[in-house]
Design a protein around this ligand. Structure first.
Ligand code: ZN
Length: 103
């Protein structure tokens, strides 16, 4: 539960020197869509005003997209392997049936 006080504290903290490094983890959660809506709003409003956070967010977003791309590729690969194994199994079953039927 995000309180108004937390939102105000964050807005205040984001004005301080060195905040980009202190809030890198939060920016990472932000690009992953894992922060509360009110916090996301504070960050979204802050980013256009702060080159440091803008650059960091860009890099984190790129890394996040790359991670998602890799995960998608892994899921496709797993499906293909599963499908191939099913095909192999069925081919073996069919071969076994044919063998039984042959005189
Ligand atoms: Zn900033």
């Amino acid at each position: 539960m995000v309180t108004m006080k937390m939102v105000q504290e964050l807005q205040h903290e984001l004005q301080k020197d060195g905040h980009v490094n202190r809030y890198r983890d939060l920016l990472g959660l932000y690009v992953s869509g894992m922060v509360d809506e009110q916090i996301a709003t504070v960050i979204a409003e802050h980013i256009p005003t702060c080159p440091g956070c803008r650059n960091t967010t860009e890099r984190l977003r790129h890394a996040h997209q790359e991670r998602q791309r890799i995960e998608r590729a892994q899921r496709v690969r797993e499906k293909m392997v599963a499908s191939l194994q099913r095909t192999k199994f069925l081919t073996a079953q069919v071969a076994a049936i044919r063998l039984k039927r042959s005189p």
